[in-house]
Design a protein around this ligand. Structure first.
Ligand code: SAH
Length: 217
């Protein structure tokens, strides 16, 4: 049994040093979630290198610094309802679960069945099953059953903002979405205030494409 704790602490120290982790809440969450449990067996040893890694089906687990940036921007706290599009490994959902538990919940939609199963298994192994529900489907349609959401974030690059997602965002709610081309996007933050959508560009990022009815075909 490998001991990853020292590596995890070193990575979080580094993310703090580089300014990606700035709040106590995100720091605590990232020191607790075991990223090695969200990787295919052969890649566990790479868990605390700050890079995206392949998880099968041509998809990737996001780099820790991107999870940190998005978690800080989402401003998560206990009790919030969160919708993630693109469960992938389930890692980012677990970090969110640390931040919204015990009273909040994370729903995460994944279009590839084998990855939804992978995410669900990983979340169970790591102890987050109670706070995260993995749903198989096209997340560009959101998840109307549990709307509205306090926070929505998309973990794949979109050609435009899928309307169902902003429709399912609560008043005062925050959303993050990588917008742009297939290979390079800008991370955009959207806040719904008095029914209007305020948008801020947070800078460049690289995500796998969002594929679906309101994404890439
Ligand atoms: N958040 C993940 C990384 C996600 S990678 C993690 O922490 O590991 C992006 C994921 O989005 C991929 O698994 C991809 O299959 C999924 N995806 C792409 N388009 C989608 C859509 N329309 N609905 C749901 N999932 C989608």
């Amino acid at each position: 049994m490998e001991d990853f704790e020292a590596d995890r602490d070193r990575l979080v120290d580094d993310l703090k040093h580089r300014g990606y982790v700035s709040s106590k809440a995100v720091e605590r969450a990232m020191r607790r979630v075991p990223r090695e449990e969200f990787l295919p067996d052969g890649l566990r040893g790479e868990a605390y290198v700050d890079t995206p890694l392949p998880i099968g089906e041509g998809q990737t687990i996001s780099a820790p610094h991107m999870v940190a940036i998005m978690s800080e921007q989402l401003d998560l706290s206990s009790g919030l309802k969160v919708l993630e599009i693109g469960a992938g490994s389930g890692y980012h959902a677990a970090v969110c679960a640390e931040l919204v538990s015990p009273d909040g919940h994370v729903w995460t939609v994944e279009r590839i069945t084998s990855l939804a199963k992978f995410a669900e298994d990983n979340l169970k192994k790591a102890g987050y099953a109670e706070w995260v529900t993995v749903v198989i489907g096209d997340g560009t349609n959101g998840l109307a059953e549990h709307a509205p959401y306090d926070r929505i974030f998309v973990a794949a690059g979109a050609p435009q903002i899928p309307k169902p997602l902003t429709d399912q965002l609560a008043e005062g709610g925050k959303m993050l979405i990588p917008l742009g081309g297939r290979y390079y996007q800008d991370l955009v933050r959207i806040i719904r205030r008095n029914g209007a959508l305020e948008k801020v560009n947070l800078g460049g990022c690289v995500f796998v494409p969002l594929i679906g009815e309101h994404g890439y075909r």
